[in-house]
Design a protein around this ligand. Sequence first.
Ligand code: FE2
Length: 387
Amino acid sequence: MALTEPLVREDFVVQSSPDVSPPKWHLAHTTWFFEEFLLAKNSALYKRYNPEFGRLFNSYYKALGPHWLQSERGVLSRPTVDEVFNYRRNIDEQVLAHLEKTVWSDEMAFILELGLNHEEQHQELLLMDIKHNLAVNPIETRYSSTSLPRASTVKTEWREFAEGVYEIGDVGDDFSFDNEKPRHKNYVYPFALSSTLVTNKEYLEFVESGSYLKPELWLSLGWSWAQSTVHKHPLYWFKKDGAWFEYTLHGVEALDLEKPVVHINYFEADAFARWRKLRLPTEQELEIYLDANLSSEDSQFFHPTDAAAMRGQVWAWTKSPYVSYPGFKNFEGAAQEYNGKFMCGQFVLRGGCVATPRGHSRNSYRNFYLPEQKWMFAGIRLAKDLK
Ligand SMILES: [Fe+2]
């Protein structure tokens, strides 16, 4: 709710692309998750707030019946924003009343924790989507009234790692998603990762040297995409009177050359790495890098600037397809559809970004997107082989 405070009523309903959801939908959907999976699942007597809301605010849980199309979320003027606020208040109160009165089963405690983590995921999605909704409008609107701090130059170092067996995955200290489990061994060849993310300056050289017109730099699917897109540069960049600008949540800014490049897709990240005669890291390499540089204690109590700089102000694309770990098991019961069914055709991103809620990132955290998507806060950390 706090994240939507800068919005006006009309902002809540806009859906600027099929991938983006209206802010109103995020607010209702995260509340629906608690209503459906916690309140309705645990009492046959539970009376739903509005029986139609399941159809409108179920995202993709096919076992729960038919649901509204994702690409059509923006056509719904009803329920109104006020009704959605009321829905949230009502369900929050019922969940809190449950917390006080009910003896919680392990299953209910798990769903509550999952629901909170789900809501944290949607906090980041909300900011991504608000940015897209506001950016498409030629009337410049600032989400944040604060000014964007300028980046300072940081020296790039190559952090080297020896060949060997490394353990990857959930360490079991705290909540984690099913896709981070089980912890398992990986054989890794010697590699090095850059201590810094690729900057706007580096990416601008790639753009201005005509790389989007050089097929030798691109994967086959990437080349088809590069030819079809009008954005032959990061999503929110634009050129005016010979100078580059970028739309940000703080409004339009002159492109800050020292900042990490953001809002590029997998094809662009991969082509950039090839242009530099380097490569994208695997997700295992990135986790090993984070484990070596950032303990899980830091992630609990991190100093925002340190950990944000380390894990990244932007998610780093990896070359790893999003697939299951050896021994993977879906969450059981209602949450079975949460992660596992998306393990086809997507790539893993690691780290976290400026919009990730504090405490929601982990070294083992696996984010994933389709290779052509670029509206999330995604950038590049380069890797190289050492033999
Ligand atoms: Fe969701």
